[in-house]
Design a protein. Structure first.
Length: 403
């Protein structure tokens, strides 16, 4: 743009500026005379309280018409000056607009677009990394949940098997009689201490519902977790069953003597035999209670150990997830949300949000100012189309103006 052709000549500026004092003085005098004439009429009308005859109304109409003519003359006197000032202001703003970032054709605005696109590209890359990190984190969390599912589930599955067979072993001892002593003793002595781990683990139902991990992931975790659990269960079963079995075998001779004594008593004194038998049963219950308490204590200790190992998985997973979530670089950009309305109904949603969040707290005057276009449209519809809003909150009044 050739800005030199738009510059205002000094002679033109000086000539117009020199007329300003006289034009301003003339306009001041016109205002004084108009106000004096208007005040005379107002005094007359206010003394009466209203316009009460056609002659007075005609004088008022004539004054209003002359006032309009006076305003036009005043405007004509100041127009050269105001037009000149507008032209000068325009010259400055035109120059500023050439390099302003608000002018989409300026080099500044065009360069800003490239910067915005670059920042958006970098932000999209970060969002992509964040999404990948989120999926990785969720997958790692699900893997840990599956590990926990396997560990806790198999341990519980083993515990049920152990409790069932340990109770059966103890029951052989508790229900022993003189008649069954030899056969029951052999059963206790021959009681199997080998846990059939392959057979039992094959019956375990893996009903874990996976979202992020694949069957291959589950297979890999099984290979990681199950062998250690199998080995532990085999060793634990052999040790625990053997411990119960040995303790029972040690007590068998004493148990036999006790049964023989009760049998002798039964021949001599039935009541004494019953008391001895009851005392034996009570001791058996106390021993069983002690074994149960010890078993629960061991189960709680084992459960705590398992939970600690599961928490280790969570800790390592958290470290990995945090490391994956840290972005390498962050774009130097102000990221804000911008609304694009793709359907006319969307404007109603935006308006509802604004009104409930801000508009409802405004005064009627503030709302009238903001909604001026809407009110003007409603008035135009009422005056031309005779279509009215039917609501207790909207009132129509007649605005009468004399022609």
């Amino acid at each position: 743009m050739n800005t030199e052709n738009q510059l205002i000549k000094v002679e033109e500026f000086t000539t117009i500026l020199q007329t300003a004092p006289d034009a301003l003085a003339t306009n001041k005098n016109s205002v004084v005379r108009c106000n004096d004439a208007g005040k005379t009429l107002l005094d007359t009308i206010e003394a009466i309280g209203e316009i009460d005859n056609d002659e007075l109304d005609a004088k008022v109409a004539e004054f209003i018409e002359k006032a309009k003519i006076t305003v036009k003359k005043m405007n004509d006197r100041r127009s050269p000056l105001t037009q000149l000032l507008t032209r000068i202001s325009k010259e400055f703003t035109t120059l500023e607009n050439e390099i302003s970032s608000t002018n989409k054709d300026s080099a500044t605005a065009r360069l800003q677009v490239y910067r915005n696109n670059y920042a958006a590209k970098k932000l999209a890359e970060i969002r992509k990394k964040e999404e990948e990190a989120r999926k990785l984190r969720e997958a790692e969390e699900e893997k840990n949940n599956y590990r926990s599912h396997l560990i806790l589930g198999l341990e519980e599955y083993y515990s049920k098997y152990f409790n069932r067979w340990s109770e059966q072993l103890i029951s052989l001892y508790n229900n022993i009689t003189l008649e069954s002593f030899d056969s029951s003793s052999r059963q206790i002595n021959d009681f199997v201490t080998v846990y059939p781990v392959n057979e039992e683990f094959s019956k375990f139902s893996d009903n874990f519902y996976a979202v992020h991990i694949t069957n291959e992931d589950k297979t890999a975790i099984k290979k990681e977790i199950i062998p250690g659990i199998m080995k532990n269960c085999v060793e634990k079963y052999a040790n625990d069953i053997s411990e119960i079995k040995d303790s029972l075998l040690i007590k068998l001779p004493a148990r036999k003597r006790e049964l023989e004594q009760i049998e002798e008593l039964r021949k001599q004194d039935t009541e004494a035999a019953k008391r001895a038998e009851a005392a034996a049963e009570e001791r058996a219950k106390e021993e069983e209670q002690k074994r149960e308490e010890e078993r629960k204590k061991q189960e709680e200790a084992a459960k705590a150990k398992i939970e600690a190992s599961v928490q280790q998985f969570d800790i390592f997973s958290s470290f990995n997830a945090v490391a994956a979530e840290i972005p390498t670089t962050t774009p130097n950009a102000n990221v804000t949300k911008r609304i694009i309305i793709n359907n006319a109904k969307g404007f109603m949603e935006v308006y509802k949000l604004w009104f409930l969040g801000e508009g409802i707290n405004m005064s009627l005057e503030e709302l009238e100012k903001i909604h001026k276009k809407f009110i003007t449209f409603a008035e135009k519809t009422a005056n031309k189309e005779k279509e009215f809003i039917k609501s207790p909150f909207v009132e129509y009044i007649e605005d009468v103006k004399a022609k």
